[in-house]
Design a protein around this ligand. Structure first.
Ligand code: IMP
Length: 199
C-alpha cells in the first residue's frame, strides 16, 4: 500500500518511513511527486489542521494521503505552544532559540509544574469523504536543559515520563515505542486494516 505523506518536515518524514515501512505501508513525499501545496493551518485543533492538510494534498495528488499535525503542549503555559509549535517565536527561528525561550518561561517551575505532552493527530484520506483519524499523545515534562542529539524539533527539552530521558537522548526504536507519532501511526495502521479488510 502506498500513501502520500502531506508534509515536507524532514523529521516527520523520517519517522513515517521508519514506522510505516515495516508495517507494509510505503510513504511518498510531496517532493517525490513534484507537489508543492501551501496549506494555512487555521483550524485551531491538531485534528482540524491535519484534516486541512490531508484534504488539500489529496485534492492535489488524487492518491491516498496521510497528514500529521502535532505539537508540544505545556500545562504551565496554558497548553502552548500547542498547534503553534512550528510557528512559536517565528517559523524560521532556529530550535535552540525556541527551546531556550521555553526554558526561560519555565524558570522557577519544578516537578509536576513542568508537566507537558506531545500530541499527534493523523488524518488519512482514502477517497472523497472517506477519512480516518487517529489522535494520540505522549506524557512527560519540560526538561531543565537542552539534552540529547537525536530527533528533531523540541526533542531535546521533552523528557518522556516512562524512560525519564529526553526524546533526543532515546534511540529511534525507543522514541517510536513511546512517542505520540509512534502510537498514532500504529493506531492508524489498525484503522486502515479494518477499513480495507486486511490483517
Ligand atoms: P506542524 O507541521 O504544524 O504539525 O508542526 C509540528 C511541530 O511540532 C514541529 O515542527 C515541531 O516543532 C513539533 N513537533 C511535533 N512532533 C515532534 C516530535 O516528535 N519531536 C519534536 N518536535 C515535534
Amino acid at each position: 500500500m502506498k500513501f502520500l505523506a502531506a508534509t515536507s518536515n524532514p523529521g516527520k518524514l523520517k519517522e513515517f518511513h521508519r514506522i510505516l515501512e515495516p508495517l507494509g505501508i510505503q510513504v511518498l513525499s510531496p517532493k517525490e511527486l513534484g507537489l508543492a501545496v501551501e496549506v494555512e493551518e487555521t483550524a485551531g485543533t491538531f485534528e482540524g489542521n491535519a484534516r486541512l492538510k490531508a484534504e488539500a494534498y489529496f485534492s492535489a495528488s488524487g492518491m491516498p494521503t496521510l497528514a500529521d499535525d502535532s505539537g508540544l503542549c505545556i500545562d504551565a503555559l496554558g497548553g502552548a505552544p500547542g498547534v503553534y509549535s512550528a510557528r512559536f517565536e517565528g517559523e524560521d527561528t532556529p530550535y535552540p532559540v525556541k527551546m531556550q525561550k521555553i526554558l526561560d518561561l519555565m524558570q522557577g517551575k519544578t516537578g509536576e509544574e513542568r508537566s507537558a505532552r506531545f500530541v499527534c493527530a493523523l488524518v488519512c484520506v482514502l477517497g472523497p469523504g472517506r477519512e480516518l483519524c487517529a489522535v494520540e499523545s505522549c506524557e512527560g515534562y519540560v526538561g531543565e536543559k537542552i539534552e540529547g542529539a537525536h530527533g528533531f524539533g523540541y526533542d531535546p527539552i521533552f523528557v518522556e515520563k516512562e524512560t525519564g530521558k529526553s526524546f533526543a537522548s532515546l534511540s529511534d526504536e525507543e522514541k517510536d515505542r513511546h512517542s505520540h507519532r509512534g502510537k498514532s501511526l500504529r493506531k492508524m495502521q489498525r484503522l486502515l486494516w479494518e477499513e480495507l479488510g486486511q490483517r
